[in-house]
Write a protein that binds this ligand. Structure first.
Ligand SMILES: *Cc1c(COP(=O)(O)O)cnc(C)c1O
Length: 368
């Protein structure tokens, strides 16, 4: 008799929908034999990496027979210096996604509460389900986080609140005063995770809270950042969390001892101080966003206002057919059915020529 392993999984895992990543270009190439593919599906950085990061990673690889530094000493020193933090406030992660899971493992017993927004980044739901949490999904306001409603849903069972600012996949954000009002309302024993994966791209006028500067002020605030997006290191997997020293100690107990590899440690450290690279990435994204917005308005496609390196398009009809037609044109974007946004497609801002390809493909597909 075969064993039904699905029935042996914990309740949280048995009901889990796996994360659906963007389609890799290599897969589309295998399926359709296309070679000239534009990949705008995963909010990656369209530039290559910083040359400094590439050189540092390459050199670090000569040490690959050794385990990486288990404490990430040099990278943590560099992050502390760059963002004016103390090393005992820092935890490194194999991507910031790992840190979200670690927090759920530390803080949430089965049946205890995790609160996040409708359309919030899908990793929050996955972390909460695996922890067998009581999940409270708070209705969005428009497509953004309704912070007042989220605070209103925090109760005595709540252990963790996940916020993304800006949020993926909607690009929405909340400002400094909204966040400060929110933190006043949330009880001290409830940990608030502020996921700032896209903070480098934010327009200064938007006046978003600077999470890293607020960690000292709020003992229950954890801020996560990543090297996957603006720093261009998605393939190496490295991010960090800043939190009070006690929570940081707990996170460091739970993470695996060598969770960040030697190339990632070196590349992240080098990229932190490559201000020119970051500046170029952010400026190019800004120009590319304007280019896409103009092209989309000509096509009559409406777009959610976005503070990230991506735009979310409302096609006014189920996006599946258009998504598939775009694939045949060699343009990979991201359908948002997993977020119950069946009419929306998320498009990462690419280089000028990539954005143009996307617009041309969309024009062709929409006129069919
Ligand atoms: C991409 C992303 C992350 C993190 O990605 P890692 O590669 O795991 O660091 C975290 N949060 C949001 C909202 C993201 O879009």
């Amino acid at each position: 008799m075969a064993i039904d392993f699905y029935s042996r999984a914990t309740a949280g895992v048995a009901t889990l929908n796996p994360y659906r990543p963007g389609k890799p270009a290599s897969e589309l190439q295998r399926e359709l034999g296309l070679t000239d593919i534009v990949s705008l599906a995963s909010n990656e950085n369209p530039f290559g990496p910083s040359v400094k990061a590439l050189n540092a990673a390459t050199e670090a690889l000569t040490g690959m027979t050794r385990y990486p530094d288990p404490t990430g000493y040099r990278l943590k020193q560099a992050i502390a210096e760059r963002f004016d933090l103390a090393v005992d406030q820092l935890t490194l992660g194999n991507g910031s996604n790992e840190l979200l899971n670690i927090l759920a493992r530390i803080l949430v017993e089965p049946g205890q509460g995790v609160v996040y927004s409708q359309y919030g980044f899908v990793a929050y739901e996955i972390a909460a389900r695996v922890a067998q949490a009581k999940r409270t999904v708070v209705a969005a306001s428009g497509f953004g986080h309704d912070l007042a409603a989220i605070a209103g849903q925090v109760d005595e069972t709540t252990r963790l609140v996940f916020l993304a600012n800006p949020n993926n996949p909607t690009g929405t954000s909340f400002d400094r005063s909204e966040f400060s009002a929110f933190m006043q309302r949330v009880p001290e024993q409830v940990v608030v995770v502020l996921d700032e994966a896209y903070s480098e791209y934010v327009e200064p006028e938007a006046d978003l809270p600077d999470g890293l500067s607020l960690v000292k002020e709020y003992g229950n605030l954890v801020v996560t950042r990543t090297f996957s997006k603006a720093y261009g290191l998605a393939g190496l997997r490295v991010g960090f969390a800043s939190a009070n020293p006690e929570l940081t100690d707990l996170m460091n107990r739970v993470r695996e001892p060598f969770n960040v590899n030697c190339a990632a440690l070196a590349a992240a450290e080098a990229s932190l101080f490559d201000g020119q690279y970051l500046e170029r990435v952010v400026q190019t994204c800004r120009a590319g966003k304007a280019q896409l917005l103009e092209g989309l308005s000509h096509l009559g496609v409406s777009v959610l206002p976005s503070q990230g390196n991506f735009l979310t398009l409302d096609l006014g009809q189920d996006s599946t057919g258009i998504y598939q037609s775009l694939l045949r044109e060699g343009v990979i974007v991201r359908p948002l059915h997993p977020y119950d946004m069946p009419n929306h497609l998320r498009v990462t801002v690419g280089l000028e020529a990539e954005n143009e390809r996307c617009l041309q493909a969309l024009k062709k597909v929409l006129s069919c």
